[in-house]
Design a protein around this ligand. Structure first.
Ligand code: NAP
Length: 315
């Protein structure tokens, strides 16, 4: 049996994945997908390790028993008609990725709460403007949408930093120190109170276009949006209109409908939009290879697989 690595990687990335996967799984055979891979190699593959798999790479694998994504978000994979319907799909859940996401969320929240974006904007103008109220963290309400692997770590980090944190999920959840909400009424309550809303929802048919004019109208006036999940959660024109009308104060965006964000997109030059190039929390081969290895070992030993995707729910 063998592993197939199938992704659209830069050469240096592919090299890093090969090194770390071979280190984590020294007894396994690792084949890197390439066009025209011989049938003799394909037939032995029982685990596909994927990141945006190239067309054809998941076909002709008769013994496939697990598709392991190297990414946390799987909406693209689920939309891939070549994804075998009957094979379990696991996604990347790596504590190191959650930590990185917590760091990004904390940076964005501190920057918004303490007006650091305005300070940075003032520097090129040579503007010395020290007078603005300095609020305590416990005076700032944060709303976290999505209370999964990433949302939970983010909510706890912000709570530990003194913020009042509300968090919303599909099903009811309990998280010490965090006010957990669910359902439509829970969402309304979060949006009405939160001064900073952090999006960590998965992209599903239910969450696509979530941040539209209707949602912005439900948000606390002057709130800020931090989108760390997927670009298609946001209706760009509605966000720009909400910013321009002063309904929203600022947006910090790590993800976009089209990536890289096209050069002419208004987000690039909007004075109250901060653009990040999808770097909130990257998969690190050095830690993620161990996550892959755990699932491969579980498969070989007949133990339950971890982090399986619920295809019906879309995450
Ligand atoms: P996860 O563990 O699957 O958690 C998803 C959370 O969203 C769960 O709490 C879930 O509720 C909730 N949810 C799903 N659909 C909902 C709905 N319709 N209404 C309300 N809540 C809903 O996902 P994760 O690992 O935290 O990752 C979240 C997303 O982050 C990924 O899907 C990916 O798009 C994005 N991401 C971005 C980056 C980056 O660098 N920018 C990096 C990694 C991941 P339940 O708890 O009730 O199921």
């Amino acid at each position: 049996m063998s592993l197939l690595l199938a992704g659209r990687f830069e050469p240096v990335e592919r090299e890093a994945w090969c090194t770390e996967l071979r280190r984590a799984l020294p007894d396994e055979t690792l084949t890197v997908w390439q066009p025209g891979l011989p049938a003799g190699l394909r037939v032995a593959v029982d685990v596909a390790v994927v990141a945006n798999p190239p067309p054809g790479s998941l076909q002709g694998l008769p013994k496939l028993r697990l598709v392991q994504s190297l990414w946390a978000g799987v909406e693209r994979l689920l939309a891939d008609p070549e994804l075998p319907a009957a094979v379990p799909l696991a996604r990347m859940v790596d504590p190191a990725m959650s930590e990185a996401m917590a760091e990004t969320a904390l940076w964005a929240v501190l920057s918004l709460h303490r007006c650091w974006f305005e300070r940075l904007d003032a520097q090129p103008r040579g503007q010395w403007a020290p007078h603005s109220p300095q609020r305590r963290a416990d005076e700032v309400v944060i709303g976290v949408l999505g209370l999964g692997e990433l949302g939970r770590t983010v909510a706890l980090r912000l709570q530990a930093n003194g913020y009042r944190v509300l968090a919303w999920s599909r099903r009811a959840k309990v998280l010490e120190g965090v006010e957990t909400l669910h359902g439509d009424t829970g969402c309304d309550a979060l949006l009405a109170q939160a001064e900073i809303v952090i999006n960590l929802l998965p992209l599903t048919p239910l969450t696509r276009d979530f941040f539209c004019a209707r949602t912005f109208a439900r948000m606390r006036p002057g709130a800020s949006l931090v989108n760390l999940a997927r670009g298609a959660h946001v209706v760009d024109e509605d966000l720009l209109a909400a910013l321009d009308r002063g309904v929203l104060h600022r947006a910090v965006l790590d993800v976009f409908r089209t990536e890289p964000l096209p050069p002419g997109h208004p987000f690039w030059r909007h004075p109250r939009v901060t653009v990040l190039p999808h770097v909130a929390a990257q998969t690190d081969p050095r830690t993620a290879a161990a996550v892959v290895a755990d699932n491969v070992h579980a498969l070989r030993a007949g133990r339950p697989l971890r982090h399986l995707v619920d295809r019906g729910a879309g995450y």
